[in-house]
Design a protein. Sequence first.
Length: 185
Amino acid sequence: MFYKKKIFLILIVLFFNSKTLASVKENIIQNLKDINNVSFNFEQNINGKIENGSCIIEYPKKIYCKYDLSNQKILVSNGQSLVIKTISGFYQYPISKTPLNFILNKEFLLKKINNLNERIVEEKFINFNFIENDNEINIFFDKKTHNLIGWQTLDIYQNLSITYLNSIIKNQKIKKSIFELPNRN
């Protein structure tokens, strides 16, 4: 009799635990569906080199980031191409050749998340991991707010890149012109 009660209690705990995870995943999906654009500050760690700045993402596949560096680094995607510009350099890539092609594609993320199992990290983050076109991508959401709070990828030079988002503001008015690619000079 004692074992039956114990098994019953374990089943109840497992049932409610799975319901909670399912509702967290559903809330993440709904939150992502409701976002047209998002602004945030970031900290990016690429192989131990830390950079900070601010970004605006507009779905699909548009991003503008200004880094807090003396070299005036910016990163811009118009949905087709990705440009990284500094005082001394100008680099342009097709966005399709970068992990941002997937991270900045809300419809793609929604499909992936819907079909993936989530992993709880430190009881406060929800992680989804997938491999797409040889890109391993980890995306992280806050368990309470359901906001996207970061990602981990290998960049185009095969460097480990970890990006953490904070001070997140959703669906604000933004100038569309910020996603225009800068000139080389």
